[in-house]
Design a protein around this ligand. Structure first.
Ligand SMILES: Nc1ncnc2c1ncn2[C@@H]1O[C@H](COP(=O)(O)OP(=O)(O)O)[C@@H](O)[C@H]1O
Ligand SMILES: [Mg+2]
Length: 235
């Protein structure tokens, strides 16, 4: 059930709705399918919330989701975090959305073993939507192997019929992790700004392959009901 959209030069680009209210109208109706999209931001900007909504949107369309956590957070932690959102149903987990902890695997530091295990899991589940949250942890473990790991990972992911979100944790003030930017098809930035003592959150689409995307910085809101929402006003 993937929407087909012409991009004006006769080529057809399949798209998959992001599930984030207000985002699809900024990116010609959804993420390219298949593709690998980086969701970057400092801690607390809403990356995990964004990814959960993306997976839940898939469930409502009969698509399977696969969530790789690199943090060794047990499944009950994820259930507790996600149960605050109205769009998430606990019964999705391990049925429509398979949750896989690759924390130990990453700590092994064996780049080929990590890639093989992820590939195997994807082959087993055959998801249309994949999340890797957060990818930056892998960088801390693999060190000099990280760039080649990312390159191979992105290439493998592009062979599967899925759209993958990888989240990149950055330090405040940094926009995105540079080592992954060139291997991905799209980059969505989540930003946190201190303004007059207020913390404001923004979303910006930095790149999106084959897409005439918005270049503005858009206010976002995070709420229990909707998760992450892109507001209409533009800055
Ligand atoms: N119910 C809620 N209402 C308002 N804000 C929330 C709610 N739940 C989470 N948040 C905000 O979202 C942030 C957590 O988002 P999260 O997706 O975990 O961020 P990240 O993965 O980027 O660290 C919190 O810092 C908080 O500000
Ligand atoms: Mg997170």
């Amino acid at each position: 059930m993937i929407m087909k959209e012409g991009n004006g030069d006769g080529m057809e680009m399949e798209r998959i709705p992001s599930g984030i209210p207000g985002l699809d109208e900024l990116i010609e109706n959804g993420f390219p399918f298949p593709s690998v999209i980086l969701v970057a931001g400092s801690t607390g900007t809403g990356k995990t919330t964004f990814c959960l909504r993306f997976l839940c949107q898939g469930v409502s369309r009969g698509e399977r989701g696969l969530f790789f956590t690199t943090l060794s957070e047990p499944v009950h932690w994820m259930l507790r975090f996600s149960s605050q959102f109205n769009f998430m149903k606990p019964e999705y987990i391990d049925k429509d959305i398979v949750y896989v902890d690759i924390g130990d695997l990453i700590r092994s530091g064996d780049r080929d073993k990590i890639l093989e295990a992820m590939d195997q899991k994807i082959a087993e589940i055959m998801p249309q939507r994949i999340v890797i949250d957060p990818i930056s942890v892998v960088g801390e473990m693999l060190k000099e192997d990280y760039r080649s790991f990312l390159f191979d990972l992105a290439n493998r992911l592009k062979h599967w019929n899925a759209t993958t979100l990888v989240t990149g944790e950055v330090r405040p003030g940094e926009l995105y992790p540079p080592e992954i930017a060139y291997t991905v098809d799209g980059i969505v930035l989540l930003l946190l700004n201190e303004e007059h003592g207020d913390r404001r959150k923004y979303l910006e689409v930095l790149k999106m392959r084959g897409t005439a995307h918005s270049s503005g910085r858009h206010s976002i809101d995070i709420s229990r009901k909707e998760g992450l929402v892109v507001l209409k006003a533009r800055f």
